[in-house]
Write a protein that binds this ligand. Structure first.
Ligand code: CA
Length: 137
């Protein structure tokens, strides 16, 4: 590039979605363009979804100069990169430990409790039966 070559599109905005092209350098400039369609502007809507940016099964919606991810249940973040921690609300009761899953959780309950969130007290008969079954195996 010589000193006489200037970056023509620097102040000539393209129509929304347009890409500024420096016709001397023949390179695409990554400027944001809006306004009129000038001699150094072409309208190319790049498919930003072509690289499959959305993670964890999220679906991509191509936008002008960007994309939007629609995430599967249980994920969020700009590219669905975050597995939402369903254990963050401490759903397990009575000392149960929470295991985060996709769009859900499971509780590992202490002796004497069961149910989805360890809220149900096991009867002592069931406990005794389980204990004797475990010891005889
Ligand atoms: Ca989760």
């Amino acid at each position: 590039m010589t000193a006489s070559e200037i970056d023509e599109p620097s102040s000539s905005p393209c129509r929304e979605g347009g890409i500024c092209v420096d016709q001397v350098a023949q390179t695409l400039q990554s400027k944001s363009c809006s306004g009129y369609m000038g001699p150094f502007c072409i309208t190319i809507n790049i498919d930003e979804c072509s690289s499959s940016p959305c993670q964890n099964g999220g679906s991509c919606v191509d936008k002008v100069n960007g994309f939007l991810c629609t995430c599967q249940l249980g994920f969020n973040g700009p590219v669905c990169e975050t597995n939402i921690d369903e254990c963050s609300s401490s759903p397990c009761q009575n000392g149960g430990s929470c295991v985060d899953q996709v769009n859900g959780y499971s509780c590992t309950c202490p002796d004497g409790f069961n149910g989805l969130v360890c809220s149900a007290a096991r009867s002592m008969n069931v406990l005794a039966a389980n204990r004797s079954k475990n010891t005889t195996q």
